[in-house]
Ligand binder design. Structure first.
Ligand code: HEC
Ligand code: HEC
Length: 296
């Protein structure tokens, strides 16, 4: 949208020089260009009408009596493995003249708005729809996003709330558990393969930190019915550090059920994902015992 402002500024200068410009429409832009405005000097000749968006009200609230929305705050529920949350904002121009949408800004790169090209003019009495989609990769818990709609009649902030459910706890039957254990004892990397992968490394692409921990580590380490050999990571009795976490995640422990997660070891996680986990774990589970000074 920066480009728009540049184009606008250029158009302003050209328009002003040609004397076809309505000064009243662009006071803020002119002021920012250091031009002093004398109200009497405008528009005598006009050949080709140039579309000039009226941005004079971009910082004022857009009254609901001008544009009526189906709702300006919307909530959606999402499951932990859902990729996108989608919203539809319907509106009606309720005044007797056109309203022009000048631009739509979202609060983050993960949120995209779908609408006709701007400036989008909505005739008097007509309806329109803005569809919004939020990419949920790496997100968990309650997420708030907003979309700012700027029109020539003022600006409206649309608010989104997404409740992301915690990952579903899948319980295995005793037989399944016994079979899984047997498979893992033969090959600790079995969890990343075939059927096992559908639960153990579900939807990990693009996930980082806490959300990734919940999917790939929590399934074993946070499980209520986990086997006794799976330790509680919050209560480790050895000194821990970011390096400690990184090493464990990268190579696991041969001869146990703790798999190696690094791609270099045949695991599913990128170096960046492993780094994000190590940083997250070091933060939430600081070492319970003093880390010894390295003396050699
Ligand atoms: C398939 C189940 C499983 C998964 C998934 C798993 N672990 Fe483990 N983890 C284990 C088991 C079993 C042990 C105990 C190994 C042993 O016997 O020493 C263990 C041990 C550990 C230890 C060593 C704790 C100590 O006692 O010093 C750390 C640290 C650890 N896991 C971190 C993780 C992290 C982080 C993840 C996610 C990237 C993860 N684990 C995923 C099963 C799992
Ligand atoms: C239906 C989803 C699901 C599938 C499929 C699955 N697991 Fe698991 N796995 C779990 C859950 C949940 C736990 C946590 C312990 C529990 O609740 O039983 C777990 C725990 C484990 C553990 C830690 C030991 C324990 O019992 O706590 C190992 C090892 C393991 N799984 C290996 C495997 C292997 C190997 C396969 C494929 C043969 C597999 N799993 C398939 C959901 C699954």
């Amino acid at each position: 949208m920066k480009l728009r402002h540049i184009i606008l500024a250029v158009a302003t200068v050209l328009g002003f020089a040609a004397g076809i410009f309505s000064v009243a429409a662009q006071p803020s832009t002119l002021r920012s260009l250091g031009v002093t405005i004398s109200p009497a000097t405008n528009s005598s000749v006009s050949s080709t009408p140039v579309y000039v968006p009226d941005v004079s009200r971009e910082n004022q609230p857009l009254p609901d009596s001008v544009i009526a929305w189906n709702s300006i705050t919307q909530t959606a529920d999402a499951t932990a493995d859902q990729d996108f949350a989608k919203f539809t904002f319907d509106f009606t121009n309720t005044i007797d003249k056109p309203v022009t949408i000048l631009n739509v800004h979202t609060s983050c790169g993960c949120t995209t708005a779908e609408l006709p090209p701007v400036p989008w003019t909505i005739p008097a009495g007509s309806n329109g729809t803005i569809k919004v989609s939020v990419n949920l990769a790496g997100k968990s818990g309650i997420v708030f996003k907003s979309v700012a709609v700027t029109t020539d009649q003022g600006r409206k902030d649309l608010l989104l709330r997404i409740n992301i459910q915690p990952p579903v706890v899948v319980n295995m039957t005793d037989e399944q558990r016994a079979a899984a254990l047997a498979a893992a004892k033969v090959d600790r990397q079995a969890v990343f393969k075939g059927d096992c992968a559908t639960c153990h490394i579900k939807n990990i692409e693009g996930k980082m930190g806490q959300a990734l921990y919940e999917s790939v580590c929590g399934i074993c380490h946070e499980a209520e019915h986990r086997a006794t050999m799976v330790p509680d990571l919050a209560k480790l009795t050895v000194p821990t550090s970011e390096e400690f976490w990184r090493t464990w995640i990268t190579i696991g422990k041969p001869g146990t059920l703790m798999p190696a997660f690094a791609t270099s070891q045949g695991g599913p996680l990128t170096d960046m994902q492993i780094a994000s986990l190590a940083a997250y774990l070091n933060l939430v589970h600081p070492s319970q015992v003093p880390v010894p000074m390295t003396t050699k």
